[in-house]
Design a protein around this ligand. Structure first.
Ligand SMILES: *Cc1c(COP(=O)(O)O)cnc(C)c1O
Length: 413
């Protein structure tokens, strides 16, 4: 008896894909080569592993600032740390508000709470999952100090409009670019429209050094404040030996800096290859009823490849994710298990001791951001993406999506 090629793997059919796709979890989906090995060895043999006296991290800062066309870059220990530098540079009063998105990594939100400010969640655009100028404008109050916008999955948010809105209201705009290296925004890139742009070097990002972060700005005062905040408030640019304000130690080590420096020249190729693979998928998936491919006007850098389902036409999101995973394409239904504000840290105010501070008078009810919740619960199907996907890999992803669609969309009404 021959195998029915249309029968889903979850129902006992043959999987589209049996070999694993290139993955960010091992060398198959990462570009670490002799340059990185030599860079690490050079640091070790030099005997100087600290960026306070070393040369690699200062060189990385210089090269990253040049790559983005920024006046300053400050390196630190993670993307979350980079965002913390940015919020510390805003220097909110306790209880001030910072507007952000409910669909992101919690690293977007933690720095707000760490600086005793209140995260205010604005709803997102249903096609991109990004903040929109209208939702942010509606969330501004007299206590708002800043906006942290995320370029979700590598699709640029409308940052020019958000910057105008912020300027009109005397707010700082921080761009969380952890998923959006070199994403085109007009004649520049993500991270250059806001006052500060923040990047991550965590394992799964476009480039990596395990962990690490970078914050860019054109503003010398903001850059100095971020550098001081990452270095215990110790003013190394003066002859003073003192601690200027409450700060942390988020310094990047020379080992990390050396790897990140070796990764930088690979970045344009990583982005181009992710875009090429995504264009192939998009061309092959654009005709599926109830499935919307990611909008791309030459700007998306595809940290992941998100599809938006119309569940009434295409079928159930979690069934899709399970069926695709069974076909050998590890899909993620919803990206998050819930909006960020539904996590215990925010919902139950698990912050400083039992005080609930600074959220005593804040509630984050279910339904706060209905579009975001609908995306997470019913619509957002996230496919892992990678610079090392071959055309055959993409064709397998496409074949799996089309196969699952034929069954799950077929059973709708
Ligand atoms: C990864 C990520 C972060 C946090 O970066 P870390 O380096 O893991 O601290 C913040 N925001 C977004 C959007 C991310 O994807």
């Amino acid at each position: 008896m021959s195998i029915d090629p249309a029968r889903l793997a979850r129902d006992g059919g043959a999987a589209v894909r049996t070999a694993p796709l290139p993955s960010v979890m091992d060398s198959s989906g990462r570009r670490f080569g002799d340059e990185e090995v030599k860079a690490v060895e050079g640091v070790l043999r030099s005997g100087m592993l600290s960026s306070t006296w070393g040369t690699e991290v200062p060189a990385l800062e210089h090269e990253f600032a040049a790559l983005l066309g920024a006046n300053h870059a400050v390196a630190c220990s993670s993307g979350t740390a980079a965002l913390h530098l940015a919020v510390a540079a805003v220097d909110p009063e306790p209880g001030d508000e910072i507007i952000t998105t409910p669909i992101s990594d919690m690293g977007t939100v933690i720095p707000i709470l760490m600086q005793n400010a209140v995260p205010v969640f604005a709803d997102v655009d249903q096609e991109t999952g990004n903040l929109s100028p209208a939702t942010v404008a509606a969330a501004i109050t007299p206590r708002t100090r800043a906006v942290i916008v995320v370029h979700l999955f590598g699709k640029p948010a409308p940052v020019r409009e958000l910057r105008e809105l912020c300027d009109r209201n005397g707010l700082m705009l921080i761009e969380d670019c952890a998923q959006a290296y070199l994403a085109r925004v007009g004649d520049t890139v993500a991270g250059r429209i806001g006052h500060i742009g923040c990047f991550s070097l965590q394992q799964t990002k476009h480039i990596s050094a395990g962990d690490g972060g970078l914050a860019v700005t054109d503003d010398a005062a903001l850059a100095r404040r971020m550098r001081l905040f990452s270095d215990k408030g110790w003013p190394r640019d003066t002859t003073e030996r003192t601690y200027l304000f409450l700060a942390v130690n988020y310094r990047m080590s020379e080992l990390v800096g050396a790897v990140a420096r070796a990764q930088l020249p690979r970045l344009p190729g990583v982005v181009a290859d992710r875009r090429t693979a995504a264009a192939r998928a998009t061309a092959a998936l654009s005709d599926l009823a109830g499935v919307t491919v990611p909008p791309d006007v030459g700007d998306h850098v595809y940290w992941q490849y998100p599809l938006i389902l119309d569940p009434d036409v295409a079928g159930d999101l979690q069934e899709w994710a399970a069926a695709l995973t069974a076909e050998g394409i590890p899909a993620n239904g919803g990206y998050l298990t819930g909006a960020l504000y539904s996590a215990p840290v925010l919902r139950d105010k698990v912050t400083y001791g039992r005080s609930g501070y600074p959220l005593e008078d804040v509630e984050y009810p279910v339904g706060l951001c209905p579009t975001a919740e609908d995306l997470i619960n019913r619509r957002l199907l996230v496919l892992p993406w990678n610079e090392n996907y071959t055309a055959d890999d993409v064709d397998d992803v496409v074949a799996a999506v089309r196969k699952v669609h034929a069954v799950l969309a077929g059973v709708q009404g």
